[in-house]
Ligand binder design. Structure first.
Ligand code: WTA
Length: 631
């Protein structure tokens, strides 16, 4: 790579260009826009289909688009089965390291056996095509087996992040009406045991649909198991039902693959649905082109499979592309801040994909922890989840990547399935910009009249086209999908992601952040409404408003304005109690940074809290247009 000071851009070396899966952006971009369906049909040809599609996209039920309509495909056929008949069969599919130093590896052959066993166990528990299985696990290989086992038999997985509270978990189990839950006794995090089974036990008490809980033994600590409901995975695995041979279901391209709950602007988390066909094509294509993945690569996506990044770019797309994936269970700084760098060196990782929060977190320990390791295997770096500040970008580039690795800053969402705005290894990079629309995408930044803003002016990010990774909708709530993403630009038919952004004179897109009631903390997505209702569930609080304020490490931190009940007095103790209460109700990631006791909240005449006014006030900025504020 080389740096052009005048332009502020980093240019790829000959080497990078020569080895890249895609050598050129502009021409292919133009082709993909002018021949969108053709482009996606060509990409779909990279995958195995039981039966090819009749129609590339069926638009008869907008905005519920059906990609590769009439096609028959299973993502597991592509991620695993098809590798079994090639030389890939004997290469490693998964390398896993536990926080306590345990190591496990699986070839594609072994992975297939594990998935098949798991799939047969699920079948024996009565799981059928279309049933939704909830998975609540630490980052262990069985988490991946469980996801792929569901997909293999045409069941749907709903993975809930292992950091969520029992209340959040049960809310998701109930919405999905899961009969079967898969978990583990616990996981290791910072040397301690996270007691997942205890949380599942509490959640299941509140979830009447659950009949079966399958528990994988990881930590070996004592856990409560209920007769006729709880089964140890290692017991089931030794029964004749757990045959390592299982046929992969021939699912329709538009059969549901998974549900993933994500926060939005209303209180209840939304179950975003993704289907086998379009999702496979979109994630595999973006992973191949942007991360330039090759079958001989060792690839590490450091996200938890409990989030969309883990689904799309830890589990599914790298396996479809036949790479070796690396997974790590625990904290990045355990036992020392060189844990990640040691593992990259040890396993010879070629591609690292992580979040700005993780980068900033490791950066604060200084360069020497990184420098003592040989990271020369790294070829490419990735970032996701929140805007990356140029300082963190440069550190990642210089210290981790040794000025050799392009950084793919990828902007996308749970709803989009895969990368929407991102560079390619062959285009010049600007630190802090996610760069350009991915192939097939027309992305703009518009003002309140829906016209393009001038270069470098802030506006609303919109996506003007449809793409195969687009979510199939919100589970059991058609209208909410329409209202949330398509109402604002109904006339134009554009997708509204809820972010604000700028575009510079070179057409590089700079995403600023959420412009709706979603807060990104350390890249985790939380809804203000969920945080507020958690606070109001405390007996001392009558009303609350949550806002994000910039935070050096986390990107944003949650600050809450709370109105207390008559007679309650603000105190340091109460502030701490309320913070802990939110962490208990939602999970530790939602713990507020600060609680500000207040007598009133600024509201519109129709009674909506004006969070932007609170935010401006807290930062000492201009409060903007106050004409809609009530007296
Ligand atoms: C934010 C995560 C800036 C954005 C894959 C988006 C980003 C939300 C970036 C989706 C990035 C994600 N630069 N902001 N590279 N990537 N975001 O659903 O606000 O957890 O709307 O998906 O994350 O969060 P989600």
């Amino acid at each position: 790579m080389s740096f052009d000071e005048k332009k502020g851009m980093y240019f790829p070396s000959e080497d990078i260009i020569n080895q890249s899966n895609v050598k050129e952006y502009e021409k292919l971009y133009k082709y993909s826009i002018e021949n969108r369906e053709q482009f996606w049909a060509e990409q779909a040809e990279h995958l195995d289909w039981f039966k090819k599609w009749d129609k590339v996209v069926d638009e008869s039920d907008k905005p519920f688009y059906k990609w590769f309509q009439g096609g028959k495909i299973n993502i597991v056929q592509n991620a695993v089965d098809r590798h079994l008949t090639t030389a890939n069969r004997n290469k490693l599919a998964i390398i896993w390291e536990g926080e306590n130093g345990d190591i496990r590896t699986y070839s594609y052959h072994a992975l297939n056996r594990e998935i098949s066993k798991f799939a047969n166990i699920l079948k024996s528990m009565g799981v059928k095509k279309g049933d939704i299985v909830t998975i609540y696990m630490p980052q262990i290989p069985e988490q991946v087996f469980a996801m792929l086992a569901c997909a293999k038999i045409g069941a749907v997985h709903s993975v809930v992040y292992g950091g969520f509270s029992h209340e959040a978990l049960s809310e998701r189990i109930k919405d999905a009406e899961s009969r079967v839950v898969i978990t583990a006794d616990g996981g290791f995090r910072r040397g301690k045991i996270a007691d997942l089974k205890a949380i599942v036990n509490q959640a299941v008490e509140l979830s009447p649909t659950v009949e079966v809980v399958i528990t994988v033994k990881r930590t070996g600590h004592e856990v409560y198991m209920e007769n006729d409901r709880d089964y140890w995975y290692h017991d089931l695995e030794n029964l004749p039902i757990a045959s390592p041979i299982c046929e992969t279901e021939e699912t329709d391209a538009n059969d549901m693959l998974f549900l993933l709950y994500t926060s939005g602007s209303t209180g209840k988390p939304k179950g975003m649905m993704h289907n086998h066909g379009g999702y496979s094509v979109y994630t595999a294509t973006t992973n191949r082109m942007v991360f330039d993945i090759k079958p001989e690569d060792r690839y590490w996506c450091a996200a938890d499979p409990g989030w969309i990044t883990g689904h799309s770019y830890l589990v599914y797309s790298p396996l479809i592309n036949g790479a070796t994936i690396f997974m790590y269970e625990g904290a990045p700084n355990h036992p020392y801040p060189n844990r990640w760098w040691r593992m990259i060196e040890k396993y010879g990782i070629n591609i690292l994909y992580t979040s700005p929060t993780a980068i900033r977190g490791l950066m604060r320990y200084g360069d020497s922890w990184v420098k003592r390791h040989d990271l020369s295997s790294l070829r490419l770096l990735g970032s996701v989840g929140e805007p990356i500040n140029p300082e963190a970008w440069k550190w990642y580039y210089k210290v981790v990547g040794n000025e050799k690795c392009p950084i793919m800053d990828t902007w996308w969402q749970t709803e989009t399935g895969g990368f929407m705005i991102c560079p390619l290894p062959v285009i010049p990079l600007k630190p802090g910009s996610a760069s350009k629309p991915f192939f097939g995408n027309e992305i703009a930044v518009v003002d309140d009249n829906h016209n393009d803003v001038k270069p470098n002016e802030e506006g609303t990010l919109v996506i003007k086209n449809i793409w195969p990774g687009l979510s199939a909708g919100i589970y059991k709530d058609r209208q909410k999908f329409i209202d949330t993403y398509w109402k604002k630009f109904e006339k134009e038919g554009w997708y509204h992601p809820g972010d604000s952004a700028k575009i510079d004179e070179d057409g590089y897109i700079w995403v600023i952040g959420r412009s709706d009631d979603v807060i990104k903390v350390s890249g985790y997505r939380l809804g203000t409404a969920e945080i507020e209702s958690a606070l109001v569930s405390h007996p001392m609080v009558v009303e609350a408003a949550a806002i994000p304020l910039p935070h050096k490490l986390k990107g944003n931190a949650i600050h809450v304005f709370a109105i207390l009940k008559e007679g309650a007095t603000p105190s340091r103790e109460l502030e701490n109690e309320l913070k802990d209460h939110v962490a208990k109700v939602m999970g530790p990631i939602a713990k507020p940074e600060e609680i500000i006791f207040s007598d009133s909240l600024p509201k519109t005449r129709s009674g909506k809290i004006m969070r932007r006014v609170l935010k401006a006030r807290a930062q000492g900025l201009d409060e903007g247009d106050l004409s809609t504020m009530e007296e």
